[in-house]
Design a protein around this ligand. Structure first.
Ligand SMILES: Cc1ncc(COP(=O)(O)O)c(C=O)c1O
Length: 410
């Protein structure tokens, strides 16, 4: 079939693909445990449901302004003030169909062909592909010491005259780490000095553990909303576990919002008014759901760390936020099992019916991303199955569903 070279070069979203594989296996009645999925299991908050239902009941479901309904934008302005201590106007806010679309529109708005975007490994799988989709060049910077913490010196040496933006995602998907304040301060200062956009993907900013305060990207700039180089991306997907509602937003200088609005106006027109009403309900409603979700994730983080510590070869940096961790499984790569993370992930799905995401997709080979957004039982059983499949010191047999399985490959 004739398709463009560019389209052909875009990789499938590995997480979407794994979700589909897991769904099909489940449909066939297989006892799959999904440690790959990036979504909590909670139900949507009541105020969100009521908001959408009330709008639906009016029957008045039309286009909204391309940049979002005025009332949702008002709620976002309030959220920004309360959580970031930052006063912005409606001209600085654009609502999209998910943070994913906000980031895409932003990249489309700022990149000329061949412009470069610095992406820090381990990175969210979609960043490099989205940069490529708008004819940009992703420049991956990987910490030399194998840690998940980027170093300013490495970033500085990757910057060229083509660099247009640096993407920062902290708390980080997939590692769960939070970058130190000093690093964020340095990055903001650097970007403002060099006239480079600093894209702060803050989608996990409230899912932080151990008494930490959610980091605020804006606290390190003295510039006004019109002159800052910081573009903040946020949304309701992770904040309220409302992944299917597809509402995200960007906070940016007016000129950029206008351009992003044109882009959106010519592609999707606007985000659905029903879902915008739901997002507004969630933002204005009682916020206890966020704290419940945060506590659930923190508790699960502790469980995942305890379970992984029973596999002495696995090294895992303790997450400080999100619902992911990125353990290093290199000590368990073995010709009878797998020699890289993609093979290991496939092996675990086939033998142990556990979904994981290969570290290669995040720029960290030899690792697997595990999501601990789900239930405790799945988490414990999932890791027990992984252990059975790859650790020769674990017992040889295991029950998966009602089948007793024997490990005969190690
Ligand atoms: C780092 C990061 N940014 C953005 C998104 C996209 O969020 P949304 O579902 O609002 O498009 C995700 C989703 O997994 C993510 O992990």
């Amino acid at each position: 079939m004739s398709v463009s070279q560019l389209a052909r070069a875009i990789a499938t979203s590995p997480t979407m693909k794994l979700n589909e594989e897991a769904r099909l296996l489940r449909e066939r009645g297989e006892p799959v445990i999904h440690l790959g999925i990036g979504e909590p299991k909670n139900k949507a908050p009541i105020p969100a449901i009521l908001g959408a239902a009330a709008k639906l009941q009016t029957g008045d479901v039309k286009y909204s302004p391309s940049d979002g309904t005025p009332s949702l934008k008002k709620a976002i302005i309030r959220y920004t003030e309360e959580n970031y201590d930052r006063i912005v106007g409606p001209e600085n806010v654009i609502v999209s169909s998910g943070a994913k679309q906000s980031i895409f529109n932003l990249l489309y708005a700022i990149l000329n062909p061949q412009d470069e975007v610095i992406i820090l490994a381990p990175y969210w799988v979609s960043y490099p592909e989205m940069v490529k989709m708008v004819y940009g060049v992703p420049v991956i910077v990987t910490p030399e010491d194998g840690s998940f913490y980027p170093r300013m010196a490495d970033i500085e040496s990757a910057v060229t005259s083509y660099t247009k933006a640096i993407i920062i995602n902290s708390p980080n998907n997939p590692s769960g780490v939070i970058f130190p304040d000093e690093f964020i301060a340095q990055i903001v200062e650097f970007c403002e000095r060099k006239n480079i956009y600093c894209i702060m993907d803050d989608i996990y900013h409230k899912l932080v553990f151990d008494g930490r305060k959610p980091p605020s990207c804006f606290q390190f700039t003295k510039r006004s909303p019109e002159t800052t180089k910081i573009i903040a991306i946020n949304g309701i997907a992770k904040l309220y576990g409302m992944t299917g509602f597809r509402i995200g937003w960007a906070i940016a200088p007016r000129e950029l919002v206008e351009i992003m609005t044109n882009i959106q106006g010519q592609t999707t027109s606007c985000a659905s008014v029903l879902l915008q009403a739901a997002a507004e309900g969630a933002l204005l409603g009682i916020q206890s759901i966020v704290e419940n979700l945060r506590l659930h994730c923190q508790n699960n983080r502790d469980i995942v760390m305890a379970e992984l510590s029973t596999m002495p070869g696995v090294k895992c940096t303790k997450p400080q936020g999100t619902f992911y961790c990125l353990p290093d499984f290199r000590a368990y790569l073995h010709p009878a099992v797998a020699t890289n993370s993609v093979q290991l992930s496939e092996f675990l799905l086939k033998k142990a019916m556990v979904v994981t995401v290969p570290g290669k997709e995040f720029g960290f080979e030899g690792h697997l991303r595990l999501s601990y957004a789900g239930g405790v039982k799945d988490l414990q059983e999932g890791i027990a199955r992984i252990k059975w499949a790859i650790d020769p010191t674990s017992p040889n047999d295991i029950f998966i569903g009602d089948k007793k399985l024997l490990r005969d490959w190690l």
